[in-house]
Ligand binder design. Structure first.
Ligand code: SAH
Length: 372
């Protein structure tokens, strides 16, 4: 939860703030999902369109940027899953939102323990940002495997191949819908203008009856004033996992909570600091905690099963993170302290190790995925 207080004096008239204010004056308040979409993906001013966004120089640091061990363990996980699928050749290794390409680079390096897998796979990166695509291209230049970039999975050359799908900190960057439980009923939470023309959260139009019924079922404990969140996963993402004629397995890692509960989790981070989500539209990273119960519900179907959620610490522990780190430290004594600190951060019981959760999605013909 952001907890960042809304300090009106801190509100910044970023170019996107001005664009949104004009739009709101013309069309009325925008639902929170539309606001989040604009902040992240506006073609002129969106955060992922304009900024380097990730890594020490960007606004926030992700697990693969903290330690190479993260991507390496996921690479070994891919090898085990591929074998579990019967070693298909060819198959697609898909990553949603690959950021700087670090996870994929480290994973492919670790996969060299079974060189034969490298001649069977085609890497498909699903990325909207043209800047980040360039960074990914540079990161994977020496990988020796075919890599292609697409905006949507259904535009892949052969989307029907068996697939292993990875997504780290991707779902938290997808727009969420917010609703407010008022004394009179459920309303869409929107962003409008206050009497001074500044952006402000509002309880917008009341929901249609079927939406209100659905919300009542999802959030039976919601009290008047509570904000509740619903993930609107892109259909391409859901399709990639559910409508696979061949075998597929996915690993989704994100920060979030295991059970559905009311709460406003929208948060903004700019230059490593939390701020209120309305402070710097387009210049801060906006994310929402992942409700793993909702996501698992949305991804389980007649042909899929879900493993987890479990915590990142449990998952990485079962994949042997301690053993892997020790080996790496003995091989690189000069970097031992750095390696140890990175790994400790990934599995910290009061930090990333418990805040981040992992679920696996698999074709129902496959056994429980490794690590779960
Ligand atoms: N997985 C990376 C980066 C996470 S940040 C890491 O762990 O470091 C989110 C990533 O998803 C960015 O690369 C962003 O450009 C991309 N992204 C966000 N929304 C997207 C969408 N709808 N389709 C494709 N890529 C998207």
């Amino acid at each position: 939860m952001s907890g960042a207080p809304y300090d009106p004096a801190a509100r910044r008239d970023t170019p996107l703030a001005l664009k949104l204010k004009e739009r709101i004056a013309r069309e009325g308040p925008i639902p929170v999902a539309g606001y989040m979409q604009a902040c992240l993906q506006d073609p002129e001013y969106g955060y992922y369109v304009k900024q380097p966004a990730i890594g020490a120089k960007g606004g926030f640091v992700t697990a693969p940027e903290i330690s190479q061990v993260f991507g390496e363990l996921i690479g070994l996980w891919c090898v085990a899953v591929w074998q579990q699928m019967g070693s298909p050749n060819p198959f697609n290794l898909v990553e949603f939102g690959p950021g700087r390409g670090t996870l994929m680079r480290d994973a492919l390096r670790a996969m060299r323990v079974r060189p034969e897998i490298l001649s069977c796979l085609r890497v498909i990166l699903i990325e909207t940002s043209t800047t980040l695509r360039e960074t990914q291209k540079a990161a994977l230049a020496g990988s020796g495997v075919p890599v292609s970039w697409i905006g949507k999975l259904d535009s892949a050359e052969d989307p029907k191949l068996p697939a292993i799908v990875l997504a780290n900190e991707f779902i938290d960057s997808q727009p969420i819908q917010q609703f407010v439980r008022t004394a009179e009923g459920w309303a869409v939470r929107t962003v409008g203008l206050d009497p001074y023309g500044a952006l402000v959260f509002m309880a917008g139009p009341y929901c249609a009856e079927y939406v209100a019924r659905d919300l009542e079922q999802r959030f039976p404990s919601a009290a008047p004033g509570d904000v509740c969140e619903v993930h609107s996963l892109e259909h391409e993402f859901v399709d990639a996992l559910l409508n696979q004629p061949s075998k597929a397995a996915a690993l989704l890692i994100d920060y979030g909570h295991p059970a559905t509960q009311p709460g406003d989790t929208l948060q903004a981070i700019r230059a490593h600091r939390h701020e209120h989500p309305l402070t710097s539209p387009g210049e801060a990273d906006l994310t929402a905690q992942v409700d793993f119960a909702q996501v698992a519900g949305g991804l389980s179907g007649a042909h899929t099963a879900i493993d987890g959620p479990i915590t990142q610490a449990e998952f990485l522990g079962r994949l042997g993170i301690i053993e892997r780190a020790s080996k790496l430290m003995s091989a690189n004594p000069a970097r031992a302290a750095e390696i140890e600190a990175g790994v400790a951060r990934l599995i910290a019981p009061t930090g990333m190790g418990s805040r981040f959760k992992v679920i696996g999605v698999r074709s129902s013909g496959l056994n429980t995925l490794p690590g779960f």
